[in-house]
Write a protein that binds this ligand. Structure first.
Ligand code: LLP
Length: 395
């Protein structure tokens, strides 16, 4: 994205702020569709990656459904214009109240995470898919792996067999589901997972309306070419999935929005001690927690044209872990310079918090010409309001 857009956005809306390039979201959707084009497929956007309603509407316009993981995500999908028949429900440990809400909505499908969840439906009718945990190593960060037997998600094949055998007649099993992890770059874990599911389907002789293979497509955070092997996916995984002879559903999150999002912040201080240089930003782990939580790499660009130095880049939170990058080569900044954190469009704002009473940043979209404010910056009053008694005077 052109530097001038970052300057414009920062001066109009202040920092820190999330800026989204709509053109990039469009390109990512096209790449995904192009990879899958020889397949009977449908993509659902994993809203946990980014649940801004303006972006959801934008994504929906490309014929993409929604994958909601909470009642609030579900309501947001409806608000953004998705029909119930375009929404898939996910999530482990659903409460009875959550399930009641979903059942009344009659979504495309509710993905059932466990044998225990089946009982929670009582005698109500619902279309379900069983989430299979195929015990496959997705070769990604352990905190975002979900398809190993030690992970809390889904059910193993033995349990699924039992569930199928004893399924009450009010529940219609329309599909199977699996999601083995996130930020996956190799195709082998997918092949391993899908082959074992294929064997299971054949051995059980079950008829399904679809197979939902989840998401997990990784992106090139390091800008070194390491990303989901789309070519391999198209040449090897897609032909394999075609042999299953049923529609294949995808729940992509990161792949669609990550590279379209930037966290635009300002350098507040350049601090040197005898041991290290530190660059402190007005953004923090409260705005983007991925580096602190997963040691995730995000490219950080200082918008000036000076000399370079090595520094740790941190945020304004009182916590040693509030570091975006360690020993990173960057342009020597001056306080007030913009620092742009790349690939922040997935699991950025959606994981933001109010730690240190940080206020959540504004969100702005760029449509190739103009900037559009798509979520206002949070205000202190928004937080305080939640703490007031009903009869308290409003501030
Ligand atoms: N489907 C299910 C059932 C999921 O649990 C997830 C993500 C997705 C789809 C979408 O996965 P994606 O295509 O975005 O990889 N906060 C972490 C990522 C957690 C992913 C959780 N589940 C991060 O910032 O890396």
């Amino acid at each position: 994205m052109n530097r001038e857009i970052f300057f414009r956005a920062a001066s109009e809306y202040g920092t820190p702020l999330y800026l989204y390039d709509l053109g990039e979201i469009e390109r990512r959707i096209k790449r995904a569709k192009d990879t899958l084009k020889s397949l009977d497929f449908k993509i659902f956007f994993a809203m946990k990656a980014n649940s801004n309603p303006y972006l959801l509407k934008f994504i929906h316009a490309y014929g993409i459904g929604a994958d909601a993981v909470s009642v609030n995500e579900y309501k947001m999908a409806l608000f953004a214009g998705f029909n119930t028949g375009e929404i898939i429900v996910n999530g482990n440990g659903k409460s009875l109240e959550d399930l009641e809400f979903y059942i009344a909505q009659n979504p495309l499908c509710i993905n059932v995470d466990s044998k225990e969840e089946i009982a929670k439906f009582g005698n109500k009718n619902a279309k379900i898919a069983l989430r299979i945990n195929p015990d496959v190593n997705p070769q990604t960060h352990p905190h975002i792996s979900t398809g190993l037997k030690e992970n809390k998600f889904g059910m193993d094949f033995e349990t699924a067999k039992e569930v199928i055998k004893t399924l009450p007649s009010n529940l219609k099993m329309v599909g199977l589901h699996c999601h083995i992890g996130s930020q996956i770059t190799k195709i082998d874990p997918f092949i391993e997972a899908f082959s074992s599911i294929e064997k299971f389907v054949r051995s059980q002789g079950i008829k399904l309306e679809f197979l939902n293979v989840g998401g997990g497509w990784g992106i090139d955070y390091k800008k070194d070419g390491t990303e989901m092997d789309l070519d391999g996916y198209r040449k090897i995984v897609v032909p394999f999935l075609s042999t299953l002879d049923m529609p294949i559903y995808f729940e992509l999150g990161r792949f669609i929005t990550a590279s379209a999002g930037y966290l635009v912040s300002k350098v507040t201080e350049v601090k040197r001690n005898s041991y290290k240089n530190f660059v402190i930003l007005d953004a923090s782990m409260a705005d983007l927690i991925r580096p602190a939580l997963y040691d995730a790499y995000h490219e950080i660009e200082i918008l000036n044209d000076g000399e370079e130095m090595i520094a740790d880049i941190g945020g304004r939170i009182c916590e040693s872990g509030d570091i975006f990058a360690r020993s990173r080569k960057i342009k020597i900044p001056n306080p007030g310079d913009l620092a742009v954190i790349h690939d922040a469009g997935s699991y950025g704002y959606s994981m933001a918090s109010n730690y240190n009473l940080s206020l959540k940043p504004a969100e702005v979209a760029f449509d190739g010409e103009k900037l559009i404010l798509i979520r206002k910056r949070e205000k202190f009053e928004d937080i305080l309001n939640l703490c007031l008694e009903d009869e308290d005077e409003n501030i």
